[in-house]
Design a protein around this ligand. Structure first.
Ligand SMILES: Nc1ncnc2c1ncn2[C@@H]1O[C@H](COP(=O)(O)OP(=O)(O)O)[C@@H](O)[C@H]1O
Ligand SMILES: [Mg+2]
Length: 355
């Protein structure tokens, strides 16, 4: 698979890693972090750096030291010069030797990992690659953050990727300084177009690509799934026709929509049909639930700005709200908006879609 639209972040990250700086990549699920990590890890391994990798899984995040096992179990036996009590502590922690009291002694394990990394790096540059850092088990996390704080100035770099939603990334704690923090941005039109062109479902018209770009918010995972669903339906799309939202994506987002009451759903449908949704416009349409839209805000579907402007947390949520309504409900929403909005062009659009 060719990587679309990522030359800038690849260049920045490669530049950092090859000059001894660590890199933290972060962004939402599906934005393309693992794709970038894989490419970078392959590249640096090709330059003679010893790459030690882990991709922790959510289901294993409760198992102590599983990330350390991933990273070090293979290199430990062939590391020379490690003091025997440290080697032994690590072997027990990494389940390679029977031990009576796991976890043996936290401090010894920390020092052992630090020493191991120093030893390895004295022979060849080392890069630890940690994808999905949000799922590093706590025992490994403590050891790694202890070690990396003491590794500045050695030939150890860390490449880490963390999934974030609205929170700040925390994986900087796994990186020795200096570290570059790089956000994985949404793909642009050309990136999404290139990505879609690579897929096995055949070419899509420009207008469809634009709609997919908009609905996906530039998220490659969403874009590919939207493209596939559309291609299955023939690939073309009338101007205001809802995009088909495939089950796979629906499942990712519909959890947030489940549990909303009828009045809130109705209100969100109107918002999804508006060019510039706002609380005041919903009120003028008599579509603001009595208790407001707190439930939808709490469920991370929308956010309301101080000026009453309202936006969906992800364009796909807007798409899903609109697509999930019946054709009759959509028409009714446009009819209501037609007689309420002031902006003439938008009014004409609602007039057309309401009839
Ligand atoms: N730049 C890209 N070019 C081509 N395909 C991509 C690109 N970025 C992501 N993808 C595809 O999109 C999907 C999600 O990407 P992934 O790297 O797994 O995201 P993340 O790790 O951020 O959740 C994968 O199927 C991947 O192959
Ligand atoms: Mg990933």
């Amino acid at each position: 698979m060719r990587i679309a639209g990522r030359s800038e972040v690849l260049r920045d990250a490669t530049g950092a890693l090859t000059t001894g700086r660590s890199v933290m990549l972060y962004g939402p699920s599906g934005i393309g972090k693992s794709t970038i990590v894989d490419a970078l890890a392959g590249h640096i391994a090709g330059t003679g750096v010893l790459v030690l990798r882990t991709v922790p899984a959510e289901v294993e995040a409760g198992l102590p030291y599983v990330v350390l096992v991933d990273l070090f179990a293979e290199v430990l036996p062939r590391t020379r010069g490690l003091a025997s009590h440290l080697r032994e502590a690590l072997e027990v922690a990494l389940l390679r030797a029977p031990g009576s009291s796991r976890p043996r002694d936290g401090l010894t394990v920390r020092i052992a990992v630090l020493e191991l990394l120093r030893r390895l790096a004295s022979e060849t540059p080392v890069c630890l690659v940690i994808d999905d850092a949000q799922w590093v088990d706590e025992a490994s996390a403590e050891v790694l953050s202890f070690a990396v704080r003491r590794l500045s100035g050695t030939d150890v770099t860390v490449l880490v990727a963390e999934r974030v939603a609205d929170n700040e990334p925390a994986a900087g704690r796994f990186c020795p300084s200096p570290m570059d923090s790089l956000v994985v941005e949404p793909l642009s039109y050309s990136g999404i177009a290139a990505l879609l062109a690579e897929q096995d479902f055949g070419p899509l018209p420009r207008t469809a690509i634009s709609r997919i770009l908009e609905a996906s918010g530039g998220n490659p995972l969403f874009a590919v799934e939207l493209g596939r669903a559309l291609a299955k339906r023939g690939g073309s799309l009338a101007q205001h026709e809802p995009l088909p939202v495939p089950d796979k994506l629906r499942a990712l987002l519909s959890e947030r929509l489940a549990g909303l009451d009828v009045a809130t759903r109705q209100s969100l449908l109107l918002a999804s049909a508006m060019a510039r949704p706002s609380i005041s416009l919903l009120a003028r349409c008599h579509a603001l639930p009595e208790d407001g839209l707190d439930a939808a805000e709490r469920a991370q579907i929308i956010q309301v700005a101080a000026d009453g402007g309202l936006s969906f947390r992800h364009p796909l949520l807007r798409e899903l709200v609109y697509a999930d309504a019946t054709a009759g409900q959509r028409r009714a929403a446009h009819t209501s908006l037609m007689s309420t909005v002031d902006e003439p062009v938008e009014r004409i659009r609602h007039l057309a879609l309401g009839s």
